[in-house]
Ligand binder design. Structure first.
Ligand code: PLP
Length: 389
């Protein structure tokens, strides 16, 4: 007797939608003459001395696992960097873990801390992976509006209004993907006060900390006492144009990091070895490259911001990361219709804002990590498309 046929797929995982970004990426990749302002990754190549360091490590036979925590030399350099820029000291032996990008860091942080049924507050719109990662950890995402009505900032008052007895923490990802918004010092101060008052954790994804324009990046770690209730996540993908190397890091007080380490140890063992050699070189010699790329992003940022406003799509100043988030409602189209028709009619890929949360509706995300010339051409095409509507 054979058993009755049943689904072999987890209902829990099946209920999660695949990323709305990839769909547009795959479409543009197969379109001749297409320009992608879609996927959020640097168009720059990893700087040559960083690539060379990884090649040297491979040729020298460094092809084994590293420590589960990551190479100690890399952890020491990370500790030094954070101490220098944030004035906060993490112990490289017990409080820093090298991860497979910030992606793994987000997953570990949530899984190591959230209980079934806990609630995690997250800005809406925000990075597409946050809500699924919260769900995978058994918790529930509680979206808090961070749209045009708040200048795309995550406001302490709105956070406080969303707190319940089940609230475990606040996931803060600023500079923000998709809006390009940054938080003001008073926002961070307010978030810190709430975290303290309600005894919450802060999961702080600061992957865009080197891509802030017109002022310094501010971190939740800058606020005295927050180190003790923060899981700080950062990495190499964006600032050093190293998305493919898959290297990031998580920093947290030792008792929390020890739990994250167990999941990491049993699921991925250690970060990529060649990638860690590349990351060491990035921290040692990559600063001029970061500054060169920053200057170029800044130039492109001004172009897209100006051009969207000129063509009648209101766009607030993108102050961080490499995204602009214009309002497409003046065209009468929804963000999905706009993105789909723009792709078909003008071969330009952007992402509908609703892919990042319900409050992203009416907007599109345009990533300016593409060459100035390509962006200019894409803007001409978008202007032509808008004028036709
Ligand atoms: N966090 C944010 C806000 C992102 O935008 C991205 C990538 O787009 C990531 C994390 C993932 O970064 P990583 O390549 O370090 O996994």
């Amino acid at each position: 007797m054979r058993a009755e046929q049943r689904s072999h797929i987890s209902r829990r995982i099946e209920s999660v939608h695949p990323s709305g970004i990839r769909k547009f990426f795959d479409l543009i990749a197969s379109t001749a003459g297409g320009i992608s302002l879609g996927v959020g990754e640097p168009d720059f190549l990893t700087p040559p001395q960083i690539r060379a360091a990884a090649i040297r490590s491979i040729e020298a036979g460094e092809t084994h696992y590293t420590s589960n925590y990551g190479m100690i030399e890399l952890r020491e350099l990370i500790a030094e960097r954070i101490e220098r820029v944030r004035g906060v000291r993490y112990d490289p032996r017990t409080e820093i873990l090298v991860t497979i990008g910030v992606s793994e860091g987000v997953d570990l942080a949530l899984r190591a801390t959230a209980e079934e049924g806990d609630e995690i507050i997250v800005a809406d719109p925000s990075y597409v992976a946050y809500t699924p990662a919260i769900f995978f950890a058994g918790a529930a995402a509680v979206p808090v509006v961070a749209d045009a009505s708040t200048g795309f900032r995550l406001m302490p008052g709105a956070i406080e209004a969303a707190i319940t007895p089940r609230t475990k923490g606040i996931l803060v990802g600023f500079p923000n993907n998709p809006t390009g918004a940054v938080l003001e010092p008073e926002d961070l101060q307010g978030i810190a006060e709430i975290a303290d008052r309600y005894d919450l954790l802060v999961y702080s994804d600061e992957i865009y900390d080197r891509l802030v324009y017109g002022g310094p990046h501010r971190s939740i770690l800058d606020i005295p006492g927050m180190r003790e209730r923060t899981i700080y996540l950062n990495g190499f993908s964006k600032a050093y144009a190293m998305t493919g190397w898959r290297v990031g890091y998580a920093c947290a007080p030792a008792p929390i990091l020890a739990q994250m380490m167990k999941i990491h140890q049993y699921t991925v063992m250690s970060g990529p070895t060649a990638g860690q050699y590349a990351a060491i070189e990035a921290l040692k010699s990559g600063e001029p490259d970061v500054q060169r790329m920053h200057a170029e992003y800044d130039r492109r940022r001004k172009l897209v911001w100006e051009r969207f406003n000129e063509m009648g799509l209101p766009c607030s100043e993108p102050r961080g990361a490499f995204y602009a988030f214009p309002d497409v409602r003046p065209t009468g189209l929804s963000e999905v219709e706009f993105s789909e028709r723009l792709l078909v009619e003008e071969k330009v890929a952007v992402i509908p804002g609703s892919a990042f949360g319900a409050h992203g509706a009416g907007h599109i995300r345009a990533c300016y990590a593409n060459s100035y010339e390509q962006i200019n051409e894409a803007m001409d095409r978008i202007a032509r498309f808008v004028a036709r509507l």
